[in-house]
Design a protein around this ligand. Structure first.
Ligand code: 4JM
Length: 430
């Protein structure tokens, strides 16, 4: 018998949630719900439809052999039926799976959004979180950069809605086609592309000589490594134009910046060739949002993934999307003093002065709720003093007191808790 607690009746369980997970008591849950409401509102403003997938997926959906952090930290295990399964580390593969499953039954373009919990598992755990929630918006069936421009504008719209300005946050934008062209120019084999992307993504997180060593260890000559690292250090499209012979990436980037100007969000975005993102499946434009103070990790990131569906056994479709986590944005909002107070809001407290009137109180609460009022019905015998304190704690607007003499006259006593005014009110007039 396990002597820690299993099967033993009086042994206390650990009241903490499992390592790396969070509880959401009311105060935290109000913040989360408020944030998700904002995600949903913006998604609907852009006419995206909400979808959902299981948190548990077949492990095979996430197996990619590129050495990405996301797949190295897969929270996978064998279920009781011997199947290899995983708690999803991201939402895009599930979306891709559903698109493949629907096949010709869906008309293009598809504009879907989803909000879901994603998981990771690290063997060496340094108190790092193992779950977060992510908001994704994806466009399937559009080849043009109009899709990326629309997605970035959706995120800008969210930032504005939260009170975040272009002096707080900016987007770094590039295209993986820049690196692809640079590699071709250096005669580096295409089969190294994904690996190079994953290494370049670590610029800023790893020492530069580590990055160089990593690239060289893949068999890239040091001279080519230096050229690649020079190209990804460029901060303007014009500089890039001078060094790249393949102008395809530049045309796309210029189109995107032109669209951003017409949307009116040019001040939010800048070109930065070092942005490649750490996911294997991106093929074109990639972007991420960051706080301009440089204190936090990336707020969100996304890009084009035109070949993901065929890696999962389906027919390819042009696609792009982004993921936006629940943690960094809340840190930023706290930092900027933009997190709203979000108090619990109750309209009325209904309280029976006398125990014999509890049934009448239920009737009154029911009537008010039918009218759309948020009503807290006091369910046990309490002193009036407790009820007043309680009213203050839950920010109730009115106190509805059910007393014998008023009830005889078809009335209740109403106290307006902000003006302190009291009056007897007919039930029908409440
Ligand atoms: C977390 C969960 C999944 C991924 C990254 C992080 N992919 S928890 C912060």
């Amino acid at each position: 018998m396990d002597m820690e607690n299993n099967g033993l009746e009086n042994m206390a369980i650990d009241v903490n949630p499992p390592k790396g997970t969070r509880d959401f008591p009311p105060e935290e849950m109000r913040i989360r719900s408020w944030l998700f409401q904002n995600f949903r509102e913006v998604s609907r403003l852009f006419a995206f439809e909400e979808v959902d997938f299981p948190v548990l997926e077949s492990e095979a959906l996430f197996i990619r052999k590129a050495g990405e952090e996301i797949t190295e930290q897969l929270y996978s295990f064998e279920d009781k039926g011997g199947r290899r399964v995983a708690l999803r580390p991201e939402l895009t593969p599930s979306l891709a799976r559903l698109i493949i499953q629907k096949g010709k039954a869906v008309s293009l373009p598809i504009k879907w959004f989803t909000i879901g919990q994603c998981w990771r598992y690290e063997r060496m755990t340094r108190g790092r979180r193992r779950e977060h929630y992510q908001w994704n918006m994806d466009v399937i069936g559009i080849t043009e950069v109009t899709a990326e421009a629309e997605l970035i504008f959706a995120i800008v719209t969210l930032f504005k809605q939260l009170g975040i300005t272009s002096s707080d946050v900016g987007f770094k934008v590039s295209s993986r086609k820049v690196l692809q062209a640079a590699m071709q120019q250096c005669s580096i084999s295409e089969h190294l592309f994904t690996k190079v992307c994953i290494t370049i993504d670590k610029i800023g997180k790893m020492e530069m000589d580590e990055i160089e060593k990593d690239l060289a260890s893949s068999g890239i000559p040091m001279e080519s490594v230096k050229t690649l690292l020079h190209i990804v250090s460029l901060k303007t499209i014009s500089e890039l134009e001078e060094v790249l012979s393949d102008q395809n990436a530049i045309v796309e980037l210029r189109q995107l910046f032109s669209l951003a100007e017409h949307y009116g969000y040019l001040q939010w975005i800048e070109f930065d060739a070092s942005v490649v993102r750490g996911l294997a499946y991106y093929t074109g434009i990639v972007f991420e949002a960051f706080d301009r103070d440089g204190k936090l990790r990336a707020i969100c990131g996304g890009g084009r993934y035109d070949r993901l569906l065929s890696t999962l056994g389906g027919e390819d479709l042009p696609a792009c999307g982004f993921g936006f986590g629940d943690a960094v944005i809340v840190e930023l909002l706290k930092e900027k003093g933009l997190l709203p107070a979000l108090p619990l809001m109750v309209d009325d407290i209904v309280f029976a002065i006398d125990g014999a009137l509890q049934q009448m109180a239920a009737t009154v609460a029911s009537t008010l709720r039918q009218k759309g009022q948020k009503v807290d019905l006091v369910l046990e015998r309490k002193k009036l003093k407790w009820v007043f304190k309680h009213a203050e704690r839950i920010n109730a607007s009115r106190l509805i007191l059910i007393g014998e003499s008023e009830w005889q006259q078809g009335m209740v006593r109403v106290k307006n808790l902000s003006t302190r005014e009291e009056s007897n009110v007919k039930l029908d007039d409440l």
